[in-house]
Design a protein. Structure first.
Length: 150
């Protein structure tokens, strides 16, 4: 065996020695269960509002507000990070994950004050998402508008 083949073999042994075993199945199950639980909670809240006589749109709006509020409260209490560590991608169900992305930097930098801490850092993660989403929707709207003009 030549020198390069020995080095490659030794490298593979080192990589295998330090690489942790993949827990893909377990991680997928946790993500599925946690994300599903968040969705079931949202559906339960929505059903409560609709059975109380609210229309479809108001019930959906109130449900979204409650899920965002719960996410922010859990983030402020330090529990959302623990849920995220356990569930991985399952905790990033769009509305709760986005609320966490906005609230987490605000909570982290609150000691720097309301303006330079909370205000300046609140959108450090979510800001690019908001900007990209706004620009993408504007571009798509313009494309739609121009194609409908014919």
């Amino acid at each position: 065996m030549n020198q390069q083949a020995l080095a490659e073999e030794r490298y593979k042994e080192l990589v295998n020695a330090v690489t942790p075993d993949s827990k893909t199945g377990e991680n997928c199950l946790r993500a599925f269960l946690c994300g599903g639980a968040i969705c079931v909670l949202g559906q339960f809240i929505n059903n409560c509002f609709t059975s109380a006589g609210f229309g479809k749109d108001p019930a959906a709006s109130y449900t979204a507000v409650i899920l965002v509020l719960l996410s922010v409260v859990l983030t402020a209490a330090g529990l959302y990070a623990k849920i995220g560590k356990f569930a991985g991608a399952g905790s990033v169900v769009p509305i709760t994950g986005f609320a966490n992305a906005v609230a987490a930097p605000a909570v982290e930098f609150k000691k720097e004050g309301l303006v330079m801490g909370v205000g300046a850092r609140m959108f450090i993660v979510a800001g690019p998402v908001i900007v990209f989403g706004t620009l993408a929707s504007m571009i798509m709207g313009l494309i739609y508008w121009f194609t409908r003009m014919r």
